[in-house]
Design a protein around this ligand. Sequence first.
Ligand SMILES: *Cc1c(COP(=O)(O)O)cnc(C)c1O
Length: 410
Amino acid sequence: MNPIFQYPCFNYAGLNTPTPYYIVDRALLRRNMRIIKDVQERSGCKILLAMKAFSTWGVFDEIVPYVAGVATSSVNEALLGQEHFKLNNKTDPKTIHVYSPAYSMEEMITLCKIADHIVFNSLAQWKMFRGVVENAGRKIEIGLRINPEYSEVSQEIYNPCTTRSRFGVRLEGLMDAGSNALDGIDGFHFHTMCQQGSDVLQRTLEVVCERFEKYFDQIKWINFGGGHHITRMGYDINRLCRIITAFREKYGLDVILEPGETHVIHTGFLVSTVLDVIENPNGIDVVILDTSAAAHMPDILEMPYTPEILGARRNVEDCDAPLEEGRFKYIIGSKTCLSGDIIGEYMFPMPLKIGDRLTLEDMSQYTTCKNTTFNGIQLPSIVSCDSETEDGSFCVHRQFGYEDFRNRLS
Ligand SMILES: *Cc1c(COP(=O)(O)O)cnc(C)c1O
């Protein structure tokens, strides 16, 4: 098991603003960014931010200097990436990369004005849009997503290489397309990992090379996708750098990585208030928070997983701490009417009471850009702080209200 990440002694719940709020700690972001910078310098690869995982642009200024660009998957993400990584950063503009399982003509026309790299999911899509791209009047690098048919991701919902997968061209498809299949294509892209180590990359790369090596002399670069958990405690960074360096030297290809969550793991929290404590004579008492797993932390139900809560202990069997430590056991539940909207079961060192604030850990990735107003529930505010400054540098970036709920409907 990985060592537990130690957060700074800082009161993220101490802000005098209504809950719920997401709070990103800039000091923790800088910690990750130093690692991202180091990997690029040592291995010679380029690392992008996959905006699907984190688009909280109020703190992008901490990320922009340390990455080569952004990996986007839609016109909207590409526009937001362009604004922050290019237009607001004219002295050192970064590159905008886009990949989508399929593009419409309308999207392609817009993307040709924004994107520096466009990755296609199929040869048919490339054929369809080749004319548009070549008439764009600017140089756009073209990539093709390949499907190596190898992934070590066990949850089906996150596995891009099942037999039913819609992602990328399989070797067979490329061979069937004949000797000119890669005409006009500059690079390959594969994405097969999820929260994994460099050992998984190593094994994946062996399969990719075994299958697609014969095409490498026709391309200039290869994008190893996301899912690399580089900044996690215990990740073998030395091995990652060795793999990339050896690959670059052997094939002479530029290497790009586009992880999302690794940039922001252990940088954010969701602060929430206890609205009620319900005694349950048949079992464990239940706490209702002013937040929701379904609406504000959907991966809790989707992965599924149980997040850590500062000062509490998840009531799970693989926990190292002795049981006596936290004696007050609760089911922490959400404020929506969905029965399964439960955050998890926890042990607390003292009884919880109405008005207590709970700080849920590791809430930067796949939260703010995935949340909804399901049940009309209040969207959490977006806050940043800096635990390395004297006063904490709290900043409330945005609070949401009735208009935000209403304007998504008609
Ligand atoms: C989701 C995704 C990423 C980012 O994945 P993380 O697990 O957040 O690192 C990168 N590239 C593609 C194509 C993706 O779909």
